[in-house]
Write a protein that binds this ligand. Sequence first.
Ligand code: THU
Length: 128
Amino acid sequence: MREAVAARAASHSPYSRFPVGAALLGASGRLYRGCNVENASFGLTCCAERTALFTAVSAGERKFEAIAVTARAGHGAPPCGACRQVLAEFSPELWVYWRDLRGRMLRKRLSALLPDQFELTPRKGKRR
Ligand code: THU
């Protein structure tokens, strides 16, 4: 959660003024930070969780132990539905940490936050 707070400092959120930070722990033990990156075309915004995940995957990490997410102090920030689906692609049993309105830490398995994730069987054969 300390890393998530540090990640939030880089947030680009002039439109919502709702900075979010995430810290994703890879199976390798490496931590990956992410913040929300907003755009003047609002729908193009990327959440902190996906920023962290895409950074990690780009670095070659594929399995994850836990993610901590933080928004404004005292505001809970469990990942949005889109981020749950994107995280579940790699680690459906990921531990997700966030804080409730009183600042107490909460923790749930991603599989509890996103039961019945959408899945496709990867296609076999040569890459095109
Ligand atoms: N946001 C996140 O970064 N993570 C979430 O799980 C939900 C929302 C961001 C997107 C946008 O920049 C701001 O919070 C307000 O929705």
